[in-house]
Design a protein around this ligand. Structure first.
Ligand code: PLP
Length: 379
């Protein structure tokens, strides 16, 4: 990427941290298979177990609760696909890696309503939990920790606290949270949680499913004894080494949340000043400090993303693009937002290496890009 570009799409993937680069480069020279009992194998095994401790420490889990996967998509698919659930509760704001498997799970799907503020309806969970309580262990609740488009944070701990006794398996997709807010697996009280390396400064293609010690969840990928027989396949040693190092770097960077919030506030204040008509999504909600979702009435997200890209700024839109047709963002639609907003919102997401200069450059460009004569309005 040219040095003059500004990257504001860290929720899609964030830059590799130097600590991760060093760890994965070093792991490239390790020849052993972690399952081999010789010296080389044990060396590889040690790298994996160190990374497991680093990831576990970041999210306050026990190392034995961390199972490495090919990413959060696999982790989410595992939970939905292997549990033999009779019923699954989830909302329309979930990531596609949840929505897809849920749609194909063959279980009864209870679609949870979401408020305009982006929060899942607790009463709907309650109504269901009371009715389902005899069916212990067969009901799954998929409830993301923070939304990838809006940054809105769900009351996951409140759900587990209230409904633990009903025997629901509560899974949280926590992909967007580490490095932006504290994540505490133990106090969230969930049975399982997915995390992804490339969202926190590690390489892509690696993640983890954190499974509470004692939670019942059959293996998904079978055919080998790796990961204590929970996930077969020779481990992605290099990726896991990078993931662990990135997790440790995140864990020691305690000021990240505040730093990101200060930059995000400047970004939003600048946009408000330049474009008073801009509509910000859910600024009153509890949300991640790095994410802004904003629409400019009468401008399409597609056009904004392209114009910004041509001007050197990378952002994204929540609008799904399939068969060449850009539709409304499923997450914003699930919140009941007007179609113009759901098709018009772009996402700006800051990351660990974002700077004041990035925000200043963005705001200069934003002024030029949103000036009426430079942009075509929705017909
Ligand atoms: N869940 C959320 C909320 C995400 O934002 C993403 C990635 O975009 C995923 C899951 C999938 O993660 P991975 O890329 O590790 O498969």
């Amino acid at each position: 990427m040219s040095v003059s570009r500004v990257y504001l799409d860290h929720n899609a993937t964030t830059a590799l941290r130097p600590e991760a680069r060093a760890a994965l480069t070093a792991a490239m020279d390790v020849v052993g298979n972690p399952s081999s009992i010789h010296h080389e194998g044990r060396r590889a095994r040690a790298i994996i177990e160190t990374a497991r401790e680093q990831v576990a420490a970041l999210v306050n889990a026990k190392p034995l609760e961390v199972v490495f996967t090919s990413g959060a998509t696999e982790a989410n698919a595992w939970v939905v696909g292997s549990g033999n659930w009779t019923t699954i509760l989830s909302a329309g704001i979930e990531h596609d890696s949840v929505r897809g498997p849920v749609a194909h799970a063959g279980a009864r799907h209870v679609k949870l309503p979401v408020s305009v503020g982006g929060i899942v309806d607790m009463e709907a969970i309650k109504a269901f939990a009371v009715q389902v309580s005899p069916n212990v262990g067969r009901t799954l609740v998929m409830l993301q920790l923070a939304n990838n488009e809006t940054g809105i944070i769900q009351p996951v701990a409140e759900v587990t606290e209230r409904y633990r006794a009903h025997g629901l398996h509560v899974h949280t997709d926590a992909v967007q949270a580490p490095g932006r807010m504290p994540v505490d697996f133990a106090s969230l009280g969930v049975a399982s949680m997915s995390v992804s390396s490339h969202k926190l400064g590690g390489p892509s293609g690696v993640g983890a499913l954190v499974i509470r010690d004692g939670a019942r969840l059959p293996s998904f990928v079978i055919g080998g004894g790796q990961e204590r027989r929970r996930r077969a396949g020779t481990e992605n040693l290099i990726g896991i080494a990078g993931f662990g190092a990135a997790a440790e770097a995140v864990a020691v960077d305690s000021g990240a949340g505040q730093r990101l919030a200060a930059l995000r506030d400047k970004l939003e204040a600048g946009i408000r000043q330049i474009t008073p008509a801009a509509v910000f999504i859910a600024t009153a909600a509890e949300r991640l400090p790095n994410t802004t979702s904003v629409a400019v009435p009468s401008l399409t997200a597609e056009l904004l993303v392209i114009k910004l890209d041509l001007a050197g700024i990378a952002v994204s839109s929540g609008a799904a693009c399939s068969s060449g047709k850009v539709g409304a963002s499923h997450a914003l639609s699930a919140m009941g937002l007007a179609p113009e907003i759901a098709t018009g919102a772009i996402r700006l997401s800051l990351g660990w290496n974002s700077s004041e200069a990035d925000v200043a450059t963005f705001l200069n460009v934003w002024g030029a890009v949103t000036r009426p004569h430079t942009i075509r309005a929705i017909a």
